[in-house]
Design a protein around this ligand. Structure first.
Ligand SMILES: NC(=O)CC[C@H](N)C(=O)O
Length: 369
């Protein structure tokens, strides 16, 4: 017999289904992602730390899990919600089933949920605190605990995911540049895309002091994606300010965009339900070109569209916006070699329209040499 499970949302809405993965109880922010592929990459993306992720694609687990697609050393999602798990894994690369992997890593999930109804609810009411429980506990008791669990607003989570020690990802072929990548929850595919362009990537802990970053005398700095509320990232913001002050070529992705935005003096705010998926249209304001891009963000930068803003580090403009809702998706400094995007040019899984941004980073570093 299948073990019954509950998904309880902060506003009291409750979904019933059956246990998927580990049996237990877990808390986090309920969000949804619309990606039709790439569930293994989603599960292992450190940006999903403390989030209960709902897959809107109804059939999950078809290709099992493999030894190649992880974006980090483990599964980071706090909980997993699916409609209809695949009963068999069909892929030549599969080394196991999704259910077994979730069990092995103690990740509590729920299957058999009406994920369309859940997604519509989250779109209307916003992402909110939630729990998945398969311990047989009463929904009212679970709800009481959800209401005392921590919120994503104000959550400082970088310390949970950053590397404790620096490490180096070697360039493929001859080394053309050496950069520091500040690890705020970095996905493996990012250094990989850089290495393919001859960049040697020195991944550094988020707690690296600004003096130490500058002392390394590298060709550029990168600020990665990561979990939590960017309003709490004062340490990384100080690093970005040091990089900007030193005119060091700087690139940021997702959390890195928010960190650069804050370093320039802009604020950040929480979106109602965020952008998560791999088909989000973004326009480059300067070229008018539209890219289909991968997103995973619940916060955004609050910066003026149109005219460049005057910041402590010279003029800065919003370079990209999302065509669905006009949210800021990229920033470019006009007097300092720095830019960032809120979406994922490293996209795994996802479209590669934005891959050119890694070349833009290379061009910035070439300009400096
Ligand atoms: N993928 C990311 O870097 C996410 C950044 C931030 N935690 C947000 O939700 O907006």
């Amino acid at each position: 017999m299948k073990t019954p499970a509950l998904l309880v949302l902060e506003d009291g809405r409750t979904f019933r289904g059956e246990a998927f993965g580990a049996i237990g109880e877990t808390f986090g922010e309920a969000v949804f992602t619309t990606g039709m592929t790439g569930y293994q990459e989603t599960l292992t993306d450190p940006s999903y730390h403390r989030q209960i992720v709902t897959m809107t694609a109804p059939h999950i687990g078809n290709t099992g899990v493999n030894g190649e697609d992880d974006e980090s050393a483990k599964i980071w999602v706090a909980g997993y919600v699916v409609r209809d798990p695949a009963r068999i894994s069909s892929n030549w690369r599969a080394t196991g089933s999704l259910d077994d992997r979730l069990k092995a890593e103690g990740v509590v999930g729920i299957a058999g949920v009406d994920t369309r109804a859940l997604t519509r609810h989250l779109r209307e009411r916003g992402a909110m605190r939630a729990a998945v429980s398969s311990t047989g506990e009463d929904a009212a008791d679970v709800l009481a605990k959800v209401r005392t669990s921590p919120s994503m607003t104000g959550a400082d989570l970088v310390g949970d995911v950053t590397t404790p020690e620096p490490y180096v990802v070697n360039a493929e072929g001859p080394t053309r540049f050496k950069i520091a990548a500040v690890d705020l929850g970095i996905k493996r595919n990012t250094p990989r895309r850089m290495a393919a362009r001859g960049i040697e990537v020195h991944v550094l802990p988020a707690t690296t002091p600004p003096e130490e970053l500058l002392k390394r005398q590298l060709d550029g700095v990168f600020f990665s994606n990561g979990p939590g509320d960017p309003a709490t990232a004062d340490g990384p913001v100080a690093l970005a300010r040091a990089a900007l002050g030193a005119q060091l070529p700087t690139f940021g992705i997702c959390f890195g965009n928010q960190v650069l935005g804050r370093a320039l003096g802009f604020g950040t705010y929480k979106l109602v339900y965020g952008h998560r998926g791999i088909n989000q249209p973004v326009i480059d304001k300067n070229t008018g070109k539209v890219e289909i891009t991968a997103h995973n963000h619940g916060f955004a930068v609050d910066a003026p569209r149109g005219k460049a803003a005057d910041t402590e580090f010279g003029r800065a403009e919003v370079s990209h916006v999302c065509l669905n809702d006009d949210v800021v998706e990229g920033l470019t400094c006009l007097d300092t070699p720095a830019f960032s995007v809120q979406y994922h040019p490293e996209a795994a899984a996802g479209p590669h329209d934005a891959d050119y941004l890694f070349d833009r980073f290379v061009d910035l570093m070439k300009g400096k040499n």
